[in-house]
Design a protein around this ligand. Structure first.
Ligand code: DGL
Length: 267
């Protein structure tokens, strides 16, 4: 038993999609969330930069006495997870493996689409994980770099989002996939628009769901579940002024969140 919080980080507010699933599946667990809003996006940066930023995010979370890290960023999970696991002596969970597993379980025609940031798509992490589970599955990928700024701008339900989605998704749609992995934590906020373009027959996979389920398994296996009867806490930190983060995040999580500024470069 361990009453310390779970640490979660992402480049911005996208990782709140993981927080939402953690709240749903593990409501008794406390969470410390860090959104690197000063340095978003990660998805267009080099692996070295993403690695440096991620180390700082984890060092900050460790300063909050956490019991586990969830890398709620596909770009970091795809490019740097193994290296980060080797550096820190704490359970670290990424989102790629749970997302790949959910896609393999969902597909019927064995044609799976994956959308993500340029970094995630370039890494080849999703096709490797999916084919590792079932080599007969064909994977069709597309980088959608404009989706992140659209979400961060609060334009998830706009004509801009619709036009951008139509442009990005036409190839994957033509490939006849029956399952599409939302391989960036920001994309579930665009799920309605993406589903409109892909059609109702295409199942959208949000890796956050499988990640929360995997987190529950790890906590149980390692004896790290929270025991306290006090209400669980959720504390949010950002590396740049948090107004938009608070506004969009509060709307998405259905509760008022306050985000505290921290100087991430110090960590
Ligand atoms: N939300 C992050 C991801 O899941 C990346 C967004 C970005 O910073 O580019 O990949």
């Amino acid at each position: 038993m361990d009453d310390r919080p779970i640490g979660v980080f992402d480049s911005g507010l996208g990782g709140l999609t993981v927080v939402k699933e953690l709240n749903r599946l593990l409501p008794e667990e406390s969470i410390v969330y860090f959104g690197d809003t000063a340095r978003v996006p990660y998805g267009t940066r080099s692996r070295e930069t993403v690695m440096k930023y991620s180390e700082q995010c984890i060092r900050f979370l460790l300063s909050k006495d956490i019991k586990m890290v969830i890398v709620a960023c596909n770009t970091v999970s795809a490019t740097s997870l193994a290296a980060l696991k080797g550096m820190f002596d704490i359970p670290i969970l990424g989102v790629i493996e749970p997302g790949a597993l959910a896609a393999v379980e969902a597909t019927r025609n064995k044609r799976v689409g994956v959308i993500g940031t340029s970094g995630t798509i370039k890494s080849g992490a999703y096709p490797a994980a999916i084919k590792g589970l079932d080599p007969s599955i064909s994977v069709f990928e597309k980088a959608c770099p404009l989706f992140v700024p659209i979400v961060e701008e609060g334009w998830s339900d706009s004509e801009v989002a619709r036009l951008t989605a139509r442009e990005y998704l036409s190839g994957i749609r033509a490939a006849g996939v029956d399952t599409l992995v939302l391989g960036c934590t920001h994309y579930p906020l665009l799920a309605a628009v993406i589903s409109e373009i892909m059609g109702p027959e295409v199942r959208l996979v949000n890796p956050a769901e499988g990640t929360a389920a995997r987190a529950r398994e790890i906590l149980a296996a390692e004896g790290l579940e929270r025991e306290s009867r006090d209400p669980a806490r959720a504390d949010f930190y950002v590396s740049d002024i948090g107004e938009r983060f608070q506004a969009i995040g509060s709307h998405f999580l259905n509760k008022i969140i306050n985000a505290e500024y921290i100087e991430i470069e110090k960590y």
